[in-house]
Design a protein around this ligand. Sequence first.
Ligand code: DLL
Length: 426
Amino acid sequence: MECMPREDLEKMQYIELKKLINNLYSFNQFYHDRMKAEKVHPDDIKTLSDIRKLPFMYKQDLRDNYPTKMFTVPNNEIVRYHVSSGTSGKPTLVGYTRDDLDYWSEALARSFTSIGIGPEDTMQVSYGYGLFTGGLGAHYGAEKVGATVLPTSTGNTERQIELMQDLEVTAIACTPSYFIHLMDTAKKMGVSIKNDTKLRVATLGAEPWSESMRQHIEEETGIKAYDIYGTSEMAGPMFTECEKREGIHIPADIMYVEIIDPETGEPCNDGDKGEMVVTMLKKEAMPLVRYRIKDITSITHEPCECGRTSPRIGRISGRSDDMLIIRGINVFPSQIEYTLLQIPEVENQYMIYVSREGALDRMRLQVEIKPEVFSDKIEDMIKLRSHIESELKKYLNIAVEVELNAPGDLPRFEGKAKRVIDNRVI
Ligand code: DLL
């Protein structure tokens, strides 16, 4: 399935799309009304690219139809719920049928296989279990490849490190920020992940992280760290890099991905950055048609060196909706992280504060300094602070005030990191 010729893959996607749209138009009020309003009929979908005639869907549609009005199967066919915490308004509720869970586990099993995880491995799942999709998602995918699962969830980090050693854990699934927290805690306990554990691979996602962070993790621990991506609305974690690390493979037999210009809605060329739009071709409980995820990335349709023909997306470089506009300049938090991690004296812990004073936006950054660099020689610290400020100015084109913090001073996160505090009243 993952290596089928592109033509066959697209034929298959078209057949599934046609089936999906016919069903939704005939049996679901929301999709029927939306298509009617846009004057699109299922008969207009004659090729795969005709998908562009269909209207977009937004998170707001899911919120407006909370909790279950978006479901397209009777209640007794729903076997699980997950809930994604929204930043505002109603949360997003996702329902799954038995087949939805099977497709999800299958996608994850393929992902794990593509980074060499199998029956010989013991995987520690340190994503949160519960309403969040990370824990249970990774759990079922790992069981499906025959790995032994250690369902630690997040928290109790010292115990996690002891278990990692005692049970000879070889693979871990968690957020990159929790992995860094594990690394720090292990260090404090006098445990070297490189020498005192059998850990060899990590599948890290659920939040943006950079190449520099990957480099830091790999150098310090000797493991291989792979990016994994997904959203609750799709099911949960779904796409991953393969061992070539030339993009994140899309499970294209169950979903169709477009990258569009967020302003015009028009498709982007391969390699150009835009907003991701997904259509879930096989999802039963809560299908999505041209759902705007808001994550910014690019796509390539070139087959990968690994032999898989599925299209790949680039690392998520931000969201079209978390972009900060500071004195008229667009800033992605990922750009700030990237700049900071280029500076050897800086730890990978930071917080961004945005406020408005009079008419002017003000951006303040708290940055943790490496223990070997942090000192009470004020002059040295002032010099370092000016250096960081000028690097940020060079890269972001805006003035950022930097405050240096002692190692361990800034908050650590067990789940998703929340590093941006925007106090502006818009
Ligand atoms: O975060 C699902 C997931 C769990 C993915 C475990 C990977 C691993 P949500 O809570 O709905 O779902 O959040 C989805 O998180 O739209 C992205 O903005 C962000 N995100 C997820 N993975 C990555 C990643 C899960 N690898 C939102 N890189 C998405 C950057 C990511 N951002």
